[in-house]
Design a protein around this ligand. Structure first.
Ligand code: CA2
Length: 146
């Protein structure tokens, strides 16, 4: 089983700025936790982060036929990107939306997510642990399908 873990703009700054909102873990720390959980499940993870919307769309498209599922935190593009929504629809892979904070508890402009309707689950407000939970959700989902 292969999972693509995608992180959107500014998440490369994790652990460096705004720890009160996003915690003290760096993106590398979160990737290490995810890698460990993937190893327990026998899953091969691939990590991708970009600040560019088009690069995120490219990564989703390239997952087609190569990956079994996607974990995605589109960051600010969650609330703006029809292009990311369309890419997820196009590849039709099971996807889990993850947010470190809970956007529903923050400013109104963060309340709407374009991608929630095409994801099998959305995990919000659990910090880095949310990505680990997303691995479990996808593994369960894919096992039930096969
Ligand atoms: O809570 C999340 O994971 C978000 O996707 C994070 C986005 C935000 O726009 C979403 O509404 C919710 C922002 C990511 C910014 O990451 C930073 C990390 C460290 C320092 C500054 C920004």
């Amino acid at each position: 089983m292969r999972l693509l873990i995608i992180n959107g703009p500014n998440l490369n700054m994790l652990g460096i700025r705004e720890p009160e909102l996003y915690g003290h873990q760096t993106l590398a720390d979160i990737e290490a936790m995810v890698r460990q959980r993937c190893e327990q499940h026998g899953v091969t993870p691939t990590f991708f982060q970009s600040n560019n919307e088009g690069a995120l769309v490219d990564a989703i498209q390239q997952a087609y036929g190569q990956q079994d599922g996607i974990i995605i935190n589109p960051a600010a593009y969650t609330h703006t990107s029809v292009a990311i929504l369309d890419a997820l629809k196009a590849v039709a892979l099971p996807a889990v939306e993850v947010h470190l904070s809970d956007p529903l508890m923050r400013e109104p402009f963060r309340h709407h997510s374009y991608i929630t309707p095409v994801c099998i689950a959305a995990i919000r407000g659990k910090g880095g642990a949310g990505y680990v939970e997303a691995v479990d959700v996808l593994v369960r989902h894919l096992a039930a399908k096969s």
